[in-house]
Ligand binder design. Structure first.
Ligand code: 6PG
Length: 234
């Protein structure tokens, strides 16, 4: 099992401050070491205050490439689009924001192939994969359903895949594309942000169960070898 460090915060704002500082440090270190940084940021609500604080940091943003860890197969002007949130926060700073979802793909598998090809053009391994977790134990868009094994245990060189969650998440009941577990496991740094005591308990248990976990996040953890920082707001 990989090494896990928990960072607990009383409120979301305090957590956002700490996470933004740590991500800025990771980006800066990548820029110093390699001249560019390529990072994957999650969707959902927890990251939004972090995006705002991170965008205030003086970084060499023109050398930073940001991709969503996963996205919903919707038009970029949809409120469900993850890349739209990233574009709004980071394009004005000069960062390169790369979409991975194609709303017009005939089905989620073709969209997954297109996302995989798009990621094939980027520098790998990623300097950072930052992840959230759903209360059903999904991570990025690695969901229970017919595409779970492909996302968790597909070919090692596969960077992204299409996913049709089953059951569909109520808040965004659409097909997705996601980084695969293999692509996440290669990353130089992996961190999680979660909010709410229930999620902390769920995640602790999933990490403990590892490969035997019934949750996607537990099985992902079983594949990670870099130390993982988990930031948890009460
Ligand atoms: C997406 C995500 C997803 C998200 C979790 C947590 O659905 O787009 O990337 O994996 O991180 O659902 O979302 P919250 O931060 O809103 O709880």
């Amino acid at each position: 099992m990989t090494e896990v460090e928990w960072w607990d915060f009383d409120d979301a704002d305090e957590m956002a401050e700490a996470v933004a500082g740590d991500i800025a440090f990771i980006i800066e270190s990548a820029l110093d070491a390699r001249g560019n940084a390529t990072v994957a940021f999650p969707g959902g609500n927890t990251p939004k205050p972090v995006f705002a604080k991170l965008a205030e940091k003086q970084l060499r943003w023109k050398h930073v490439t940001i991709v969503p860890t996963d996205d919903r197969l919707v038009a970029v002007d949809s409120p469900l689009s993850n890349v739209a949130v990233l574009a709004k926060a980071f394009l004005p700073l000069g960062a390169r924001v790369v979409p991975i979802a194609s709303a017009d793909a005939a089905d989620h598998r073709l969209a997954g192939n297109a996302a995989n090809a798009r990621l094939g053009d980027l520098a790998f391994p990623l300097d950072l994969v930052w992840l959230g977790m759903g209360s059903d134990g999904h991570v990025a868009s690695i969901f229970a359903g017919p595409d779970l094994e492909e996302a968790l245990a597909g070919p090692k060189d596969r960077r992204a895949t299409g996913v049709l969650p089953d059951p569909m998440p109520a808040d965004a009941a659409v097909a997705r594309v996601t980084l695969t577990a293999a692509a996440i496991a290669q990353a130089r740094t992996v961190l999680f942000t979660i909010a709410g005591g229930d999620k902390r308990t769920l995640l602790e248990r999933a990490i403990e169960d590892g490969e035997a976990s019934t949750l996607p996040v537990g099985r992902l953890f079983a594949q990670l070898s870099v130390p993982v920082d988990i930031y948890a707001a009460a």
